[in-house]
Write a protein that binds this ligand. Structure first.
Ligand SMILES: Nc1nc2c(ncn2[C@@H]2O[C@H](COP(=O)(O)OP(=O)(O)OP(=O)(O)O)[C@@H](O)[C@H]2O)c(=O)[nH]1
Ligand SMILES: [Mg+2]
Length: 293
């Protein structure tokens, strides 16, 4: 049996979480069009015959503006140690840029092999356009492989998995066969709700949101899971935005979350959402800790 750990790193919004979900074959990490969506190192596990690969999805590395931002970068950097392989993702649509160059320089200091991955090739306009990007990417470092692919269409994903499998050492399984992620049900629930809030919001609000699952347990009727969760905002004005006129926005977010939670938990779900203010939580280490960061 072979097994190992693979860290997935890159700028925000390049498609790291989408790729981990595509490889694992299930949604283990939330994905949105808004940069800085991922805030934890989420593990997603690929199980196949005689092979287990644990992928570590990480927050996008960026120039931090808040205490939260610094923590996200630290999580991403921390994930580089103790892995067998690093996937360095760049966005083929946005093109290889300064942020990517900065990360590539960090990666030069690690002894771990790095695969450079050009993602989103379904939306770049064809192989002719990808070629110069692949060359720019290859020039950023000493990469073991340079791979173009699309995480959303899965084009090139199986090829990447085969290259990864070749690099995994002999080792034991780290997770039981039925487990695809290291998240607790409470974390999974909070993340799914956060995704629905982010997608419903505009401008700076997505970054101001944190979600905590307060209660998760058997509901009053049989076969129902009862969930109470709190959506935290960091400015008073944002409370009204999340709740919406007459509570319609929050009701809509709740409905969308429930539609995804029910198949994810394999049960009917009763969901109660609250909105609370935690002033400037992104800049306050104590509040960050209370919110799970
Ligand atoms: N066209 C296209 N879009 C993609 C592809 N992969 C990801 N995306 C989109 O890119 C956006 C960001 O995807 P994520 O997977 O959340 O990106 P991320 O790198 O995890 O972002 P952070 O967690 O913020 O660092 C989403 O809108 C995805 O649908 C792809 O292969 N092709
Ligand atoms: Mg992500």
């Amino acid at each position: 049996m072979r097994s190992g750990f693979v860290a997935v790193v890159g700028r925000p919004n390049v498609g790291k979480s989408t790729l981990v979900n595509a490889i694992v074959g299930q949604k283990v990490a939330i994905t949105t069009p808004v940069p800085q969506t991922t805030r934890h190192a989420v593990r997603g596990v690929l199980h196949s015959d005689d092979l287990q690969v644990v992928f570590v999805d990480t927050p996008g590395m960026h120039k931090p503006k808040t205490v939260l931002g610094s923590r996200l970068n630290a999580i991403a950097r921390g994930s580089l140690a103790d892995v067998d392989l690093i996937l360095f993702l760049v966005d083929g649509v946005a093109g290889v840029g300064q942020g990517d160059r900065f990360i590539a320089e960090l990666l030069r200091d690690t002894p771990t092999p790095v695969f450079a991955v050009l993602n989103k090739i379904d939306a770049t306009g064809g192989a002719k356009r990808d070629l110069p990007q692949l060359q720019r990417l290859a020039a950023l470092g000493d990469f073991a492989e340079v791979v173009p692919l699309s995480a959303t269409t899965r084009r090139g994903v199986d090829g990447l998995v085969a290259l990864i499998a070749d690099r995994m050492p002999d080792g034991p399984p780290y997770f039981p066969p039925e487990q695809v992620s290291d998240q607790t049900p409470e974390q999974l629930v909070a993340e799914i709700i956060r995704e629905k809030v982010i997608v419903a919001m505009r401008e700076e609000v997505p970054h101001s949101i944190a979600v905590v699952t307060d209660e998760l347990g058997p509901g009053e009727s049989e076969g129902v899971v009862a969930i109470q969760a709190t959506v935290y905002v960091e400015r008073d004005s944002q409370k009204g935005i999340v709740i919406g006129r007459g509570g319609t926005m929050l009701a809509d977010i709740g409905a969308r979350a429930r539609a995804e939670l029910e198949p994810a938990l394999g049960s009917r779900v009763w969901l109660e959402l609250r909105v609370k203010l935690s002033k400037e939580w992104q800049r306050d280490p104590k509040k960050l800790e209370r919110l799970g960061y």
